[in-house]
Design a protein around this ligand. Structure first.
Ligand code: NAP
Length: 266
């Protein structure tokens, strides 16, 4: 990676899904990029397209965030570029949709390792470097399921509730070091995530699904405005407001209705 004066962003989960749109939004704003995920081939395709389209500098680092040392190795690899990091997008994440007792311990570990442990350690490592260099901005990708958790998405939703609460807390904690932490809580959007998580959505969920590119654009706008909580779309902003007046069990019931086609199949 060249020693340019452009701002630099690290994006995890950038081989597919919304991670590619986050990277595109940043490249459009002339950020140089370090993209990371497991799939090297896909990362390279994204890299080539962004360089061609936006003439920015893009590096890729293959990393499996489920591995216990991956976060430290990734941080070291980024450090070795000698560049100051302005933005970190903690986007990599996964979930498995099924009844809790049908989930394997491996699936549970995978979700907790990537969504919680890796995200937390990356925040710890990069935020310290940002603070030492005068500041920076972090976007942590949670989910609307942190607010209304479907019962058949229990582990995933709980990891995202962790991301939401953790991010809001460290934001307060680091505000005097000029490190801002924003949390993105979108409803379902049209990446491969839903299919990978379980089964295709039914009618109600199809109506609720957001456009991935719009979610990414809202996330990057919110990050750059240093907003604490970003909930894209008026529909979900209203759900969030209503959820505050409802008992937690009712919020779970509403989330279950949204994914009811999945429920029936189990
Ligand atoms: N889609 C939705 O409805 C929705 C709603 C709310 C929030 N979210 C959140 O959005 C984020 C991105 O998901 P998406 O919808 O774009 O899904 P996706 O298409 O499945 O993308 C997930 C990304 O995470 C990476 N990843 C998964 N496991 C990894 C691991 N062990 N190590 C490193 N990277 C890993 C994947 O890359 P590799 O496979 O190449 O490693 C991929 O780039 C997730 O945090 C998800 O929880 C999604």
């Amino acid at each position: 990676m060249s020693q340019s004066n452009q701002k630099l962003a690290v994006v995890t989960g950038a081989s597919g899904g919304i991670g590619v749109d986050f990277a595109t939004e940043l490249a459009r704003r002339k950020y140089d990029l370090i993209l990371t995920a497991r799939n090297t081939e896909k990362l390279n395709l994204v890299r080539q397209r962004l360089i061609q389209e936006f003439q920015v500098d893009v590096d890729t680092i293959s990393s499996d965030l489920q591995q216990s040392n991956a976060t430290f190795d990734l941080f070291e690899a980024v450090q070795s570029t000698g560049r100051k990091i302005d933005v970190l997008i903690n986007n990599a994440g996964l979930g498995h949709f099924s009844k809790f007792l049908k989930q394997s311990p491996d699936e549970i570990n995978q979700a907790i390792d990537v969504n919680v442990r890796a995200l937390t350690i990356l925040c710890r490592l990069f935020a310290e470097q940002m603070a030492q260099n005068g500041g920076g901005a972090i976007l942590n990708h949670a989910s609307f399921s942190a607010i209304q958790p479907p019962s058949d998405f229990a582990v995933y939703a709980a990891t995202k509730a962790y991301v939401l609460n953790f991010s809001l807390a460290i934001r307060e904690n680091m505000k005097y070091q000029n490190v801002s932490v924003s949390t993105l809580c979108p409803g379902y959007f049209d990446s491969d995530f839903i299919t990978k998580a379980g089964q295709p959505p039914g009618f109600f969920l199809r109506w609720l699904i957001l456009k991935q590119s719009k979610v990414a654009a809202a996330g990057i706008r919110g990050l750059l405005k240093r907003k604490p909580l970003i909930i894209p779309s008026l529909r979900y902003k209203l759900f969030n407001l209503v959820s505050k007046f409802l008992p937690r069990t009712v919020n779970i019931g509403i989330a279950d209705i949204a994914v009811s086609r999945w429920n029936k199949k189990d």
